[in-house]
Design a protein around this ligand. Sequence first.
Ligand code: SF4
Ligand code: SF4
Length: 94
Amino acid sequence: MSVSIEERLYTIRYKADEQSHLAVQNPQVCTDCKLKECLSFCPADVYDWDVETQTLTIAYENCVECGTCRVACAEDNIEWKYPTGGYGISYKLG
Ligand code: SF4
Ligand code: SF4
């Protein structure tokens, strides 16, 4: 039996910081980026491409801190740090 991403995300709890712990270093690099792999490699769908504004949106509140985007952006264009103390993810199971 497969478990949906929504069901998996339900097993975690997140206390969102007021400031994002994720940032794009150079927005123009994202605009020029052909593949935009971040739209597919993030397991929590944090990244989305806004066609209207031609910018990358970052729903940092949903980040599960897996660290993938630290290494998987081919342009090394994502600035990543842990949320400040007391904020971020906590796992209810496991
Ligand atoms: S974050 Fe990286 S993979 Fe995503 S659009 Fe920007 S340059 Fe491309
Ligand atoms: S650390 Fe993982 S969950 Fe968080 S934004 Fe990066 S790829 Fe997505």
